[in-house]
Unconditional design. Sequence first.
Length: 334
Amino acid sequence: MTSADSKIEESAILMMAIGEDAAAEVFKHLNPKEVQELGMAMADLKQLTRADMDNVLEEFRQEADQFMAVTLDSNAYIRSVLNKALGSDRAAGLIEDILDAGDGTSSGIDALNWLDAHSVAELISDEHPQIIATILVHLERDRAADILTQLPERLRDDVVLRVATFGGVQPTALHDLTEVLNGMLSGQGAKRSKMGGTRTAAEILNYLSANDEEAIIGSLRSMDGDLTSRIVEEMFVFDNMADIEDSAIQLVLKEIDTVSLTIALKGAEEELREKFFRNMSNRAADMLREDIEAQGPVRMSKVEEEQKAIVEVARRLAETGQITLGGLGGDEYV
């Protein structure tokens, strides 16, 4: 075991020893790559012995006694720690990457998910729009949207059009692209293959602000009206919540807080408000009505932010098969 590997393992043992709350506080101060490396090391620790603890904690042995020589459910522990540190939405994808990592490799394209959007945009902005589109369809949708907003307007619109018409990429071409990014980022072997098309374009656009979304849709209509219409049909916005099943609304309500819902409904049509009200208890619905009426003026940007957050919850539930969003491709999108 190399010195670096040993240090990571020791850090993982320490995280297991100090308890979930303290470990969560530590994770808040790490960058995404460090969180992934440490989380993967924790996932490999199935049992901690007294000797393990003694070697790592040394002079803190007394404080560590209560945690020694116990078998831990490391997967459950990691989920709890990351949820506390990052929030359930941010932690969800990271947990999957850590626990499903297998050999611990990630591709150059995957590595872009760990860089800030501005850095990625600078890295790829001089590439051909088709190359940029190929990269974006292989990234997490919210990350792709953030990167998209950093690109010049003309390039941005061209890239979205290419994402929407993306028909796939030959394995050898994807390998070559990964190798180029590996040279820049020291990534390794390909892990995912998220393809493009109108749905991918729609999913990326759904993460943008209302102004950016409207601007791109307007530009795309002038370039290809039919294609733009198909993209819009694939998009799911807050107003579409009125069209989903009551049982789906009830599941969404379990995942969001009242403050967020109050702000989101502040700018909603009465029909959509009633959709939420009738899926709550009478008392909860009455209280929510009162909160909406008593609430002062709210910036439209804040309303849109909370609406998008609720839509993201609905999308997450749909992706895990718990609900169906009827406006997003029917049976294929569950």
